[in-house]
Design a protein around this ligand. Structure first.
Ligand code: ADP
Length: 555
């Protein structure tokens, strides 16, 4: 498979996988956002339920208090109001005005307490008549907004005017619809105060009470007590301060709630905030996106990895197939050349066309040489198939490696001479006894020698060093040929691998000689190795483990 084709296939696999993965992640993010908003909606819903319960509680309180207020008889009203102010924890201040709006309680003749003074200043707009009692909404707000003492830093009273007070007049009308009092939520000093008042239509007098907010809040405890399951909820005032909270997780002012629900006109700008586990659904959404996103990423990685593996396998099979095809054509070519020579010379001799004895001897030598070449080829081919099928059987025997190497060199002396290679042999002069397979070692030496003849003839010299030391008997073949470039040094031992250069292209071969030699030597505990030769050329070393004196293998 060509490299570009592999890249195209790989891209065909990678691009759709990444696109699908990307789309899946987008969908997931969508789904995560949907889950988050669903969780927030449920938290908001729960907060709204609590807000409604707060409204009911406050309404109930105001109704009861309003009824009691309206039921105070004219005679003894001031005394009753004073007693309430003193004894009822729900009441912070009380007041009574005469028909003209003048104070009857607190008694103008008696010096005011600090609290009473603050109270009168707080509601100055109402008491002065600037803000109408019946319709306090917009006017009250304008009055409050124009008074720097009552201005809220956070809330704009204009907005307040549009919303809450307007709603107050609609939802909890200032003019009593039934027997009871009218209630006015009133902002001063950034705090909400609630006042209830009654007008005695018979004499035009007006009286009322201001609620103690801390006591009102304590009435809301049961509402929040039952809400702890499913998260933390808090009642927040107009400034976002936590007035009351439920649930395990403590909430401090300033922490942004995941959802809020307004209390409404009774307590304007107050709201119920949902925190922590109430927003756990949102966290679940994120966790869902994370876990599923990880699964998608794993899935895409598995597709890309699996696909790449399959592609790599296909590439390997394709390469093997190509190698086998080239092996068949190379082997056929290698067989054809010697067979043609043998046939040609044999026919000439058979037909008696060669009369000269010297010529006849020369032709016979060619026939012998070529048939030896055929034998080497056949041996290599057979060895390869046996090695591939793991059927190569070895018959170890004791022999002297130096003697064997010299015999092989002797058998090839004429070829070496004809190739112009001057042979130098450096033998140790002592036996190098090995216990190995004689044929396999012969084949390995022949293959290395054959390569020297094919690729290093121009170097003009082949040095063979035989040695036996450190438990290894070695036959080193040192030529002055072109050597092997670093990039190919290990690959020349691969099946069918031939260096892609002009010198190799000119020589017959199928890239099996070195791989067969190394595989057989390794099977026998030895090796075949390449080293660049100093000054240029190659060193091929055939190594066989030594047989120690006494029969055992040397360490
Ligand atoms: P073949 O000789 O059939 O091509 P081999 O396995 O014997 O296969 O050798 C593999 C390759 O190693 C050769 O194609 C050649 O390029 C390179 N080679 C082997 N011996 C030598 C050498 N002595 N000098 C330079 N190159 C060599």
């Amino acid at each position: 498979m060509k490299k570009t084709l592999v890249i195209v296939y790989w891209l065909l696999l990678l691009v759709p996988a990444l696109v699908i993965g990307g789309l899946a992640l987008r969908l997931l993010r969508h789904e995560g956002a949907r889950l988050d908003s669903a969780a927030a909606a449920s938290a908001r819903g729960r907060a709204q339920v609590l807000a409604d319960q707060v409204v009911v509680s406050v309404q109930e309180l105001e109704e009861k208090m309003g009824e009691s207020l309206a039921a105070i008889p004219r005679a003894g009203r001031v005394e009753t109001l004073s007693a309430w102010e003193r004894d009822n924890p729900l009441i912070r201040n009380a007041f009574a005005l005469d028909a003209k709006g003048g104070f009857v309680h607190p008694d103008p003749a008696v010096p005011l307490t600090g609290e009473q003074e603050h109270f009168i200043r707080r509601y100055e707009g109402l008491f002065s008549g600037r803000v109408p009692w019946e319709k306090p909404a917009a006017d009250a707000v304008v009055a409050a907004a124009s008074s720097p003492a009552y201005a809220s830093p956070r809330r704009e009273f204009a907005r307040l005017a549009d919303s809450s007070f307007a709603k107050v007049s609609a939802a909890a009308p200032a003019a009593p619809a039934r027997a009871g009092a009218s209630w006015i939520p009133w902002y001063a000093d950034n705090q909400l105060h609630v006042m209830g008042w009654v007008k005695d239509d018979a004499d035009g007098t007006r009286y009322g009470v201001e609620l103690e907010m801390a006591a009102v809040l304590s009435r809301l405890a049961p509402v929040f007590a039952g809400s702890s399951e499913g998260g933390t909820y808090a009642l927040l005032d107009g400034e976002g301060r936590v007035m009351f909270q439920s649930g395990a997780a403590g909430v401090s002012s300033g922490v942004v709630p995941v959802a809020t629900a307004p209390i409404g006109a009774l307590l304007p700008h107050w709201e119920v905030g949902a925190y922590g586990a109430a927003g756990a659904g949102a966290g679940a959404g994120r966790a869902f996106v994370l876990v599923t996103g990880l699964q998608v990423a794993l899935f895409v990685a598995a597709i890309v990895l699996g696909g790449s593996l399959l592609l790599w396998q296909a590439h390997r099979h394709w390469r093997d197939a190509m190698q086998k095809t080239s092996f068949v054509s190379n082997v056929s070519h290698e067989f054809k050349t010697p067979l043609t020579s043998i046939r040609m010379y044999a026919e000439m001799l058979a037909e008696g066309r060669v009369k000269d004895d010297a010529r006849r001897t020369e032709y016979l030598k060619v026939i012998v040489d070529q048939s030896q070449r055929l034998t080497r080829l056949v041996n290599n081919a057979l060895d390869f198939s046996r090695l591939e099928q793991k059927r190569r059987a070895y018959r170890p025997e004791l022999f002297d490696l130096c003697v064997l190497a010299e015999e092989v060199l002797e058998s090839q002396r004429v070829r070496l001479q004809e190739a112009g290679l001057r042979l130098e042999v450096d033998a140790p002069g002592v036996p190098c006894v090995v216990a190995s397979d004689r044929d396999a070692v012969t084949q390995a030496i022949l293959n290395v020698l054959d390569n020297a003849l094919k690729y290093a003839a121009e170097g003009g010299q082949l040095r063979v060093e035989l040695a036996c030391r450190a438990g290894r008997c070695t036959a080193r073949f040192l030529d002055r040929g072109p050597g092997v470039a670093a990039a190919h040094r290990e690959r020349i031992f691969d099946n069918f691998y031939r260096v892609d250069d002009s010198l190799t292209a000119k020589q017959p071969g199928c890239g099996l000689g070195l791989s067969i030699a190394r595989r057989m030597m390794r099977d026998l505990g030895g090796d075949v190795r390449f080293d660049p030769r100093e000054g240029g050329g190659s060193v091929f070393e055939v190594m066989v483990p030594c047989e120690a004196p006494g029969g055992g293998k040397a360490a």
